[in-house]
Ligand binder design. Structure first.
Ligand SMILES: CC(C)(COP(=O)(O)OP(=O)(O)OC[C@H]1O[C@@H](n2cnc3c(N)ncnc32)[C@H](O)[C@@H]1OP(=O)(O)O)[C@@H](O)C(=O)NCCC(=O)NCCS
Length: 168
């Protein structure tokens, strides 16, 4: 478990299904991610169970973001290349909590957590061109734009440029 000034970062658990249904049934939250848009709580439980299965057991790599014990989002820092210590960062915050600095706060603590274990870790992340809030979070934690992948993000019937970020 990780802690910030206002947030607790804990492992996935089906007890947060109601909160995650709020998050994952909101198209505005998932539209620039690869999370499916959910319509039932059973789908949500299923997706949480998948997150539990995928969580790295040796070094926790994805967290539920809790504010006063309510799950307001998720954040992950997944090892993409073990040999070169490359970590991919992603996050989602429920819409009613946007703009309060929670994503930046959680991202900052997760970067510190990975660096403590792997001081030479390389962080990578992507933000869709129409997602300035996500780009702002990445910049706030010190990542810089590396390149733009034209039409790199495809979802349903739209394609958007994908801006890649890294700390190196
Ligand atoms: C991206 C997201 C996680 C940001 O969460 P958040 O908690 O609102 O982010 P923060 O409050 O930490 O804001 C970060 C910065 O973004 C800026 N920002 C927010 N909306 C913005 C916008 N539309 N344009 C430009 N900057 C914006 C904020 O001003 C803030 O910078 P500041 O602290 O210097 O003022 C949230 O919008 C979200 O969940 N979006 C849907 C999921 C998603 O797109 N995830 C990213 C892809 S993996």
């Amino acid at each position: 478990m990780l802690k910030t000034k206002r947030l607790d970062l804990v492992g996935f658990d089906v007890k947060y299904a109601k909160d995650f249904f709020e998050l994952w049934s909101d198209f505005e939250v998932i539209k620039y991610t690869f999370t499916p848009l959910l319509t039932t709580i059973d789908e949500c439980i299923n997706l949480i169970e998948q997150q539990i299965i995928r969580t790295n057991k040796d070094f926790m790599d994805r967290f539920v973001i809790l504010l006063n014990n309510k799950a307001i989002g998720m954040i992950g820092c997944i090892c993409m290349d073990k040999e070169n210590l490359v970590y991919g960062l992603y996050y989602q915050i429920s819409r009613v909590h946007w703009g309060c600095g929670y994503a930046s706060e959680a991202a900052s603590v997760i970067v510190q957590y990975v660096l403590k274990e792997y001081p030479n870790a390389i962080f990578k992340a992507e933000a869709v061109s129409e997602n300035p809030a996500s780009a702002a979070v990445l910049k706030k934690i010190g990542l810089k734009q590396t390149y733009i992948e034209r039409n790199g993000f495809k979802r349903n019937n739209f394609e958007l440029d994908l801006i890649h970020y890294s700390n190196v």
